[in-house]
Design a protein around this ligand. Structure first.
Ligand SMILES: [Zn+2]
Length: 383
């Protein structure tokens, strides 16, 4: 049955490409609620047509969140497929970056991040429904709408519903070689304000307290927190201060991006940053921000989950590799709660957030087949 199953999907490649075009043509940047909701209404209709009950969670600033549920009353914990409808591309991008098919690739804004993942999820379920093989277990399909802006208005809901799930499948892109993600770094963000005293740089420089110099001291102290060999990066990415050339600056600001592989490293860096002290006499240092999300760790549970995924892949002649990423996703939230999470199950491709963003068309049926088999065959007790 293995090759027959994969062939069933491969034979649908052209209709998948057509459907992916349709999804990309709904331009859906995070901040354009009306546009994101239009796409939400479309995918909700598709899910309803496939027998799902769709629940809407209204949001004011961003698109409404949606959960499509199949077999809600079936026994066992749900498998939740996590997608996002929003993209980084403003409305109008299609005019200068039109959909283009070339050498087995489909180029377009949001094509792989993650309209391709949305497509894979919908097509896996469509195929199982048509074959009358949808398993007797609850399947949830979550559509986020602000993932590209840090999931500010969705993370609470994701964290609320994830603990009930036995498995979370994140449809972020796979790599060019169709590898999934088996770890992601966690993230912390800070804004650090230094305060000094303004004075005329010519008349009374000795009376000033230079907030820019204080910021420079802090920048170097922050930089020393790096431990790249252990996967911890502390990057001062913005430094700004002063307002005119002949005044000692009373204010400056730093922004800091921190990534880490373990909760203990997050703690170490966070404590160091929260206790930053001024170097210049009379200066002040004010720290805002903190740990944004924990890592999706490559722990024993992850190893078992990846192993099971690889076995399921092998059953339909797909060889699945796993890699890590310094970039975060909604999978960080669910993994940090201890819920078995697999990420990077969406379409394969490259050029995320870049002008050459594209999907590898061949991966669409392969990923849909893999997801369909996982929905049918996943053994929660083996993770
Ligand atoms: Zn994404």
């Amino acid at each position: 049955m293995s090759s027959e199953f994969l062939r069933f999907f491969t034979d649908r490649t052209e209709s998948m490409v057509e459907e992916l075009r349709r999804l990309v043509e709904f331009e859906s940047p995070t901040d354009a609620k009306v546009h994101v909701d239009r796409l939400g209404t479309y995918v909700a209709g598709v899910c309803t047509g496939l027998g799902a009950a769709v629940e809407v969670f209204p949001r004011e600033a961003t698109g409404d969140l949606l959960i499509a549920r199949w077999n809600a009353d079936a026994p066992g914990k749900p498998i939740m497929i996590l997608t996002h409808l929003d993209t980084v591309w403003p409305v109008g991008t299609l005019d200068r970056m039109p959909l283009r098919r070339e050498s087995g690739l489909l180029y377009g804004p949001g094509a792989v991040d993650m309209k391709g993942g949305v497509l894979v999820a919908l097509e896996a379920i469509r195929a199982l429904v048509e074959r009358d093989e949808l398993p007797d277990r609850p399947v949830w399909l979550f559509f986020n709408t602000d993932e590209e802006r840090g999931s500010r208005y969705s993370r609470d809901l994701i964290q609320e519903i994830a603990p009930a799930c036995g498995l979370v499948l994140v449809m972020e892109p796979g790599t060019r070689s169709e590898a999934i993600k088996c770890w992601r770094k966690g993230m912390a963000r800070y804004a650090i304000y230094t305060k000094g005293r303004a004075t005329h740089a010519g008349f009374t420089p000795e009376e000033g307290i230079n907030a820019v110099i204080e910021a420079a001291h802090q920048a170097l102290a922050l930089h020393r927190l790096n431990d790249l060999q252990n996967g911890t990066s502390v990057s001062v990415t913005i430094i700004e201060g002063g307002f005119t050339i002949n005044v000692i600056p009373p204010d400056a600001r730093l922004e800091v991006d921190v990534r880490f592989l373990s909760a203990s490293e997050a703690e170490r860096v966070d404590q160091a940053i929260q206790s930053l002290a001024p170097v210049l006499p009379g200066a002040q240092v004010i720290v805002e921000g903190g740990i944004d999300r924990g890592p999706m760790a490559y722990d024993d549970q992850m190893k078992r989950a990846v192993g099971q995924l690889q076995a399921i892949g092998a059953s339909i002649d797909l060889e699945i590799h796993a890699e890590g990423s310094g970039g975060a996703s909604d999978g960080n939230f669910t993994a940090a709660l201890g819920v078995p999470t697999l990420d990077g199950l969406g379409a394969a491709g490259a050029g995320l957030h870049a002008a050459d963003e594209h999907v590898i068309i061949r991966s669409l049926p392969r990923r849909a087949a893999l997801l369909a088999r996982v929905l049918c065959d996943w053994d929660m007790d083996a993770v």
